[in-house]
Design a protein around this ligand. Structure first.
Ligand code: GLN
Ligand code: ZN
Length: 766
């Protein structure tokens, strides 16, 4: 029985890679220096895993930006617009690579970056491969070979990891009409063959092919491609050991296909889908090795050895110990690096810390599980410790709050519904709010200047008292209110200056959440996030935002919108408990937000926005599971929104979403107003609402907030006319695409003044 890892975090325990990359990009360090930082991280990771006792240590899991982009460079899928970067003297392969990831504005060239999107249902983003009709592939970057040889020189014979060719094609996008990217498989495979040849020349033993698409919905063509590819590889490399990995979903209807592919070992995710073990064992052929993913690569909980051992024993009873590999469920790049760096007990208490495990600890868990299966004495103590910690977690009073559980159990349909239907609420709201047609508003945040952030840093360090900090935030809020009044915006916001982040701010005030000091996970490129940890039953000990909203409202005769983050988004952007269904945790958060909504109303706030940008990204990977998810997600939103009078207007906001296939569910949320990101699609995203005859009010974003560019009144008038041609004028609001926190004041002011002018033009037509 072997121990295996699918991938190790490459950001460095102290985010060394982030720092080195950003320094290189800003010209503050040399490429040699950056390359050396990468080399150090690889060496540390390999040695750490080797010393821990991992048999199959991965290589090529390192990346300066993204593993999908690495592969695009490896197989020479370099879009034409970058060819000039290659030709430019003085540019290295790494410069070309960063140009593809981040765009290139130098030497009279202005080349846009490649698109980025989420890696399956994780918060990791990959660079989307671009394919054209006559796409050619050839071995371009030798990174995979170089890293393998580098590990060999260090005396560690690694297992190179490569995204499988079918998954690679499916991850990409057709950039012109007239072909299907899966048909490129015949062009692509020879490059893989080339790579494998070169690896074999270097005496590689194992190669890992990541094929997560094997556990998703596949077309017949995709299936045929799988058969073709792995048969060819087997034919040409009969002695190579191949590990085919799947994760994030169960094989389900693809299990016959997956187990029939001529590979040495198949990896399945038994954390997400423990129920798939037996069905896979039922069909597994007698020569196939099974890699069981029992240690959670995507969450921060300590493994439950008893549960893992039970799974391993089931597998062992069916196929024997020699045909087993013990692994994490997926690559550990989705876990933070090292729990031992969490030494600040006021941030993470020892009681909670003993329930957790980060990448370094997970590697040890894999090895300990093997020792336990082998009955090694040394491991017995570790098992006892593990059982203790998990028992403590099950029964800790920190986690369980009977009042919260009872409240969730007691939710009635009344709690999920506003008092009256939208048609009636609308009348009450219009009477109370007296807003013009095409009311103007913003999405919540105003520029978070370095100054504003420095106040928070000083306050946290103790260099500012709470009173001093609050006074500064109040002043910033007041100036923002005055600007909005002067520019003629109809529904004001307070600006969110007191918030570090739209989830962390709420997590810090809710019971059941904790934080880490160093629990960073790569989100994309050099950007890392530090998700809060939801460990216990969630409730709201006291109001969270009322003070700021009430203060802002007290400054103005215009309406000031209250600003909250919705339950699904808080859930989606946190590390979530694994001891109860996500839906249960989400419902608890929904009740906490509901309490806040009710308190805002009591404090005189008449318009309350509950942001849910993450609803769509929470969709399960298999379509068959969508409705179940959407049911509880929409219900959670409704619970949070339904505690108020008809007259109180509930808004929601969503960015970067497509709505076509979930429009019924969006309508079921029953927000009085929804604002969406729309400008970059030239209002096309509105069509889903128009076709559906969406009854409630909508604010399609009229300008892109990702760029400093100031839009003109005329172009926004055009967009609004377009909107008006598909949605009745009486239903339309006017607002930017999203919050303005990343923008500068100068461009923000100019853009909003133009936006108000555009709304006025529209009012005159009607
Ligand atoms: N209210 C938040 C803001 O304005 C919304 C952010 C988001 O949708 N991502 O920043
Ligand atoms: Zn947004």
């Amino acid at each position: 029985m072997l121990t295996n890892n699918l991938g190790y975090p490459r950001i460095g325990s102290n985010r060394e890679l982030k720092k080195a990359c950003e320094q290189y990009w800003s010209g503050k360090t040399t490429i040699q220096n950056l390359v050396q930082v990468g080399r150090n991280i690889r060496q540390q990771n390999w040695e750490l895993q080797k010393q821990a006792g991992i048999d199959l240590v991965p290589s090529n899991d390192f990346s300066f930006y993204d593993q999908v982009l690495d592969l695009s460079l490896t197989v020479g899928a370099i879009p034409k617009r970058y060819h000039e970067v290659i030709l430019n003297k003085g540019n290295s392969e790494l410069d070309l690579y960063f140009a593809m990831a981040r765009g290139y504005q130098k030497d009279n060239l202005d080349i846009t970056a490649m698109e980025m999107t989420k890696w399956f249902d994780t918060n990791y983003h990959y660079i989307v491969p671009e394919f054209v009709k006559d796409q050619q592939f050839k071995l371009f970057s030798t990174k995979i070979l170089d890293e393998y040889n580098e590990s060999k020189r260090l005396g560690i014979k690694t297992k190179p990891v490569i995204i499988g060719p079918v998954t690679y094609l499916l991850l990409g996008k057709e950039k012109e009409a007239g072909f299907e990217r899966i048909d490129l498989i015949k062009n692509l495979l020879p490059v893989y063959i080339d790579i494998l040849k070169k690896l074999e020349e270097q005496h590689v033993e194992w190669v890992q092919f990541d094929e997560p698409f094997l556990s998703l919905d596949l077309t017949d063509k995709d299936k045929a491609a799988y058969k073709y590819v792995y048969a060819e590889i087997k034919k040409q490399f009969p002695n190579l050991k191949t590990l085919l990995t799947t994760y994030f979903e169960a094989l389900k209807d693809n299990k016959e296909l997956a187990t029939s592919l001529p590979v040495t070992a198949l990896h399945i995710d038994l954390v997400r889908n423990p129920e798939q073990l037996q069905p896979v064992l039922d069909v597994i052929p007698s020569n196939l090795i099974l890699s069981v993913g029992v240690v959670d690569g995507r969450n921060i909980w300590k493994n439950d050895f008893k549960t893992s051992l039970a799974l391993i024993e089931t597998a062992q009873a069916n196929i024997g110990i020699k045909r087993l590999i013990i692994s994490p469920s997926c690559s550990l790049i989705h876990s933070p690096c090292d729990l031992e760096l969490e030494t600040n007990e006021s941030v993470l208490t020892p009681e909670i810390k003993q329930w957790l495990s980060f990448a370094k600890q997970k590697v040890d868990e894999i090895v300990t599980l093997k020792q336990l299966v082998n009955g090694e004495e040394a491991a017995a103590e570790k098992l006892a410790e593990n059982i203790n910690a998990n028992e403590n977690r099950k029964t800790s009073s920190l986690i369980h709050n009977q009042a919260v559980k009872q409240r969730v159990a007691g939710i009635t349909t009344k709690d999920e519904n506003r008092e009256n239907a939208f048609a009636i609420r609308k009348e009450a709201q219009h009477k109370a709010l007296k807003l013009p047609l095409f009311p103007t508003t913003t999405i919540g945040s105003f520029p978070q200047t370095p100054e504003v952030r420095s106040w928070r840093a000083k306050y946290k360090k103790g260099d500012l008292t709470l009173a001093e900090y609050d006074a500064l935030i109040e002043k910033e809020t007041e100036e923002t209110i005055r600007f909005q009044e002067e520019s003629g915006i109809d529904v004001l916001v307070h600006g969110e200056f007191e918030r570090n982040d739209m989830v962390e701010y709420f997590g810090e005030q809710l019971a059941g959440f904790t934080f880490t000091k160093n629990g960073w996970v790569q989100s994309y490129g050099s950007r890392c996030v530090k998700p809060p940890v939801i460990y216990g039953d969630v409730h709201r000990p006291k109001p969270m935002t009322v003070r700021w909203s009430a203060y802002a409202q007290s400054l103005s005769d215009k309406w000031v919108k209250g600003m909250l983050t919705g339950p699904v988004t808080i859930l989606q952007w946190s590390f979530v408990r694994n001891d109860q269904p996500r839906s249960e945790t989400c419902t608890q958060i929904a009740l906490a937000i509901r309490d806040e909504v009710v308190d805002l109303e009591k404090a005189g706030i008449k318009i309350i926005q509950i942001d849910e940008p993450a609803i769509r990204e929470g969709l399960p990977l298999r379509k068959a599971d969508w409705q179940n998810y959407l049911h509880w997600a929409v219900r959670a939103f409704r619970i949070s929104a339904s505690g108020v009078e008809d007259e109180t207007q509930i808004h929601t906001h969503m960015c970067y979403s497509e709505f076509n296939d979930i429009i019924q569910n969006i309508a079921d949320m029953d927000a009085d107003v929804i604002t969406i990101e729309c400008s970059r699609s030239q209002m096309e995203l509105l069509d889903a609402f128009a076709d559906f005859k969406y009854p409630n009010e909508i604010g399609p974003g009229v300008y892109d907030i990702h760029s400093p560019r100031v839009p003109s009144k005329e172009e926004m008038v055009l967009l609004l006319e377009k909107a008006k041609s598909v949605i009745p004028a009486a239903q339309l609001w006017v607002n930017p695409d999203c919050g303005l926190k990343t923008r500068h004041w100068d461009e923000t002011k100019k853009a909003l003044i133009e936006m108000v002018a555009a709304a006025k033009v529209l009012r005159e037509y009607v």
